[in-house]
Design a protein around this ligand. Structure first.
Ligand code: GLN
Length: 539
């Protein structure tokens, strides 16, 4: 469809974690299903250049785009909902904005002027906001502003939004997401925080066009009217976002209340017709009606914070759904796993995932888990560090190299079966310097991944500095661990498998970054199928 590019800004108020990413993704899903071209971008007010250097405890998982950008986990939601790949341009931080302005200042681009937040920083934010729209590829650009209205660090972004709304008129729209708490003692829903949050936005000069009210209880029509009256929006533009059994229901809930119609009406687009959600509904129907359960154990060290493994848990859920099963995901703390409790912790599982990660903490628990998995022939999937652990455990317990390790954990090991990549040896800066993004991988005919993908040449995303040490390849293959996927240009080992076992596969790449609701990753499907079969065989 060809309309002038429309910009939709999504802000949040009252508290954080209201689900701006899910509302943005749901709106994108609805507009896409109406035939529009849509992209979503996220502006994060923190000063890190990107989240790549952040501990997962800070902001959850670091997502990786095809072009090798380390991004906020909301970009994972965007891709899972829209089935469209994002890039570096879809996630910008305060740090990136300042870096670019300071670089320009050093080059002398500002011709002797004093460089200031307004207009220089705000102009740079505006340039970034418009950069995807300027490609001419999109009818709608949805821009999510991280943080909450009133935060000091969000202010320049909101000022940029104010200016753009003024400049673009009907082509720009503001959606503000707030929270309506329920006070148990008074048995009442309270809209005052919403009114205050909107006032705060108005004080900045932004009049929201649509309000989305997050609530645990149904909002009565009278309350929506009241909010509309206090906040200068029409009643139809006050939309409730009730807690949903699954985030993938949210597009339907938003459509039922006309969020997409309001957006189209307010931006002067045709409101006729309905979004085609056939495939989406098929997925939801499967999710709803699955009777049996598949139980997967995820062994990792960030299990207290489940956002740290967001893409993995979503990929597993998608795969289980397509296999007509509900997913029960049990998080198993690798630091607490040892020889004496491994049997009790892993015994009830139908399949085990060994999670990605960095550093020594929790790694010995992963080896204990892997030995148990290998000896019990349970479907096992190692991802990135998980794959590297598979290699180390095999080296120690099958090849007999008792001190085998990755040089990430022990630089003095006499068997560096996992070693720093050559290209990494000269790197001293930590930010954005890993092997990142999509690379080709050639799979071995007849291997599990080759069967799963149904082809031999694939492309998956990466985020690592260490790799399988090729000097050991023959010794591993002779002892039963095969390299069944490699980079066609460099020979880097991408996938290992023990063919003697039913499903024991490790990937250096992260298949979880490429699994969406409408296009689940084939390797996860293959793993879940094996887990279901294993579970059934125990019954
Ligand atoms: N720490 C390992 C490496 O850098 C694995 C990284 C990961 O699991 N993403 O190679």
């Amino acid at each position: 469809m060809n309309v002038e590019t429309k910009y939709i800004f999504v802000t949040g108020g009252v508290v954080s974690s209201l689900g701006k990413g899910i509302i943005s993704s749901s709106l994108a899903r609805l507009l896409l299903s109406r035939g529009y071209n849509v992209t979503i971008q996220k502006f994060d007010p923190y000063i890190n250049i990107d989240p790549g250097t952040l501990n997962p405890y800070e902001h959850g998982e670091c997502y990786v785009t095809v072009d090798g950008h380390e991004a906020d986990l909301d970009l994972g939601h965007y891709e899972r909902f829209t089935n469209i790949q994002t890039t570096r341009a879809n996630n910008v931080t305060t740090g990136r904005v300042y870096q670019s302005v300071i670089d320009k200042e050093r080059r002398g681009d500002y011709l002797g002027k004093t460089v200031q937040i307004i207009p220089h920083i705000t102009d740079e934010i505006k340039r970034n906001i418009k950069s995807l729209g300027n490609t001419g590829k999109y009818d709608f650009v949805i821009t999510e502003i991280g943080g909450t209205v009133g935060d000091i660090e969000s202010t320049p972004f909101l000022e940029a939004v104010r200016q753009l709304k003024w400049e673009m008129g009907r082509n720009a729209l503001s959606i503000h997401l707030t929270y309506v708490p329920y006070l148990k003692a008074a048995k009442e829903l309270k809209t005052k925080p919403t009114q205050h949050s909107v006032k705060q936005l108005q004080a900045i000069g932004i009049q929201p066009d649509i309000l989305v009210l997050r609530t645990e209880k149904e909002l009565p029509a009278s309350m929506r009217r009241k909010v509309a009256q206090f906040c200068n929006v029409s009643t139809e533009a006050v939309i409730q976002s009730l807690d949903a059994p699954t985030i993938y229901e949210v597009p339907l809930m938003m459509h039922a209340q006309g969020l997409d119609t309001q957006v189209l009406r307010l931006t002067g687009c045709d409101t006729d017709g309905e979004p085609d959600l056939t495939a989406w509904n098929t997925f939801l129907h499967k999710l709803d009606t699955a009777a049996d359960t598949v139980t997967i154990g995820l062994v990792g060290k960030y299990v207290e914070l489940q956002d740290a493994y967001k893409s993995i848990s979503e990929s597993l859920m998608q795969a289980a759904t397509y296999c007509d099963h509900k997913l029960e995901l049990i998080y198993i703390h690798s630091e607490k796993l040892n020889e004496s409790n491994v049997d009790e912790k892993l015994n009830g599982m139908d399949g085990i995932i060994i999670a990605p990660g960095f550093g020594q903490r929790g790694i010995e628990g992963k080896f204990v888990a892997l030995k148990w998995c290998r000896e019990h022939n349970i479907p096992t999937f190692g991802i990135c560090l998980g794959m590297q652990c598979m290699v180390i455990e095999f080296a120690r317990n099958v090849l007999g190299y008792t001190d085998a390790n990755s040089t990430e954990m022990d630089t003095k090991t006499s068997h560096n079966v996992i070693d720093l990549m050559e290209e990494q040896k000269s790197i001293s800066n930590m930010g954005g310097t890993m092997r990142l993004g999509a690379y080709d991988c050639r799979l071995k005919e007849g291997s599990i991944p080759a069967e799963a993908y149904g082809k031999l040449n694939i492309r998956e995303r990466h985020r690592h500095r260490f790799e399988f040490n090729g000097d050991y390849r023959e010794r591993f293959e002779n002892a039963g661990m095969h390299c069944v996927g490699e980079n066609p240009d460099t020979g880097l080992v991408e996938v290992v498998q023990i063919p003697e076992l039913t499903w024991f596969v490790g990937t250096q790449y992260h298949p979880e970054y490429q699994s969406t609701v409408l296009n689940p990753n084939p390797l996860f499907i293959s793993f879940i199928k094996a887990a279901i079969k294993f579970g059934d065989s125990k019954k």
